[in-house]
Design a protein around this ligand. Structure first.
Ligand SMILES: Cc1cc2nc3c(=O)[nH]c(=O)nc-3n(C[C@H](O)[C@H](O)[C@H](O)COP(=O)(O)OP(=O)(O)OC[C@H]3O[C@@H](n4cnc5c(N)ncnc54)[C@H](O)[C@@H]3O)c2cc1C
Length: 198
């Protein structure tokens, strides 16, 4: 791999884990480019003033009018409200509609949120795969492994992804419980595709 400052990094094995950019890394053979797309998510942060604490003692998750919404109280007094899921390519604009829908749905669950200061609005990009499940393990090209496509659950799945990838790096294969997440499930094994296209 080459770095921005012109340096070169060499390794016997490389794990491609570039999030939503995993399909855009230069130098990956075309037939092996992971089928990862960006899925936009908008999220809000509110602050619970001391006089309202404790405001929520646990996470609240619900489906309101068909949309998933969650409110997560943090120990530092923040309340995170998330998250939209939008198929809009690389767009990361925070929109009035996104903020409105999150506040509307969160308000339906916990009306008191309208009293709280709104301290941050943000949009990020999740790495989605065609079935929105992770792509884990050998890519089909010797020395190139994938750990991407975690969509909405990449933080939650961090420990198990670490364990699975450690296993893959040491043994060259996937543990039984992770075999369903092989990148090869999306058609021919990448190496076979490479040979056909050669
Ligand atoms: C609004 C929102 C809310 C979410 N909420 C949750 C949640 O509650 N629970 C949960 O489990 N998940 C959640 N997710 C999803 C979670 O953030 C992702 O699944 C997770 O971040 C994916 O991890 P990753 O390491 O694969 O990719 P990323 O976290 O995107 O990390 C990839 C890294 O690779 C770097 N990179 C990319 N290209 C290059 C390059 N060419 N050279 C060097 N570095 C590069 C990037 O800078 C980045 O640091 C949420 C996502 C969003 C947007």
């Amino acid at each position: 791999a080459s770095t921005e400052d012109g340096g070169a990094l060499r390794a016997g094995q490389v794990v491609l884990a570039a999030g939503s950019l995993s399909g855009r890394l230069a130098g990956v053979p075309e037939a092996l480019v992971p089928p990862v797309r960006p899925v936009k998510g908008q999220v809000l942060r509110l602050t619970v003033p001391r006089r309202y604490a404790p405001f929520l003692s646990r996470t609240v998750r619900a489906v309101v009018r068909g949309s998933h919404v969650y409110l997560v109280p943090r120990e530092n007094g923040e309340l995170v409200v998330g998250a939209t899921s939008e198929e809009l390519g690389w767009d990361t604009t925070v929109t009035a509609g996104g903020v409105y829908e999150l506040l509307r749905d969160a308000h339906e669950l916990v009306p008191g949120i309208t009293e709280l200061p709104l301290t941050e609005t943000r949009a990020g990009l999740r790495p989605g795969s065609p079935d929105n499940a992770p792509l884990l393990g050998p890519s089909g090209l010797d020395g190139l492994l994938l750990a991407t496509g975690h969509y909405r659950n990449g933080v939650l799945l961090t420990p198990v992804t670490g364990d699975v990838m450690a296993h893959a790096l040491v043994t060259g294969g996937l543990p039984e419980e992770a075999r369903a997440f092989t990148p090869r499930r999306f058609g021919a094994a990448p190496m076979e595709r490479l040979e056909h296209s050669a």
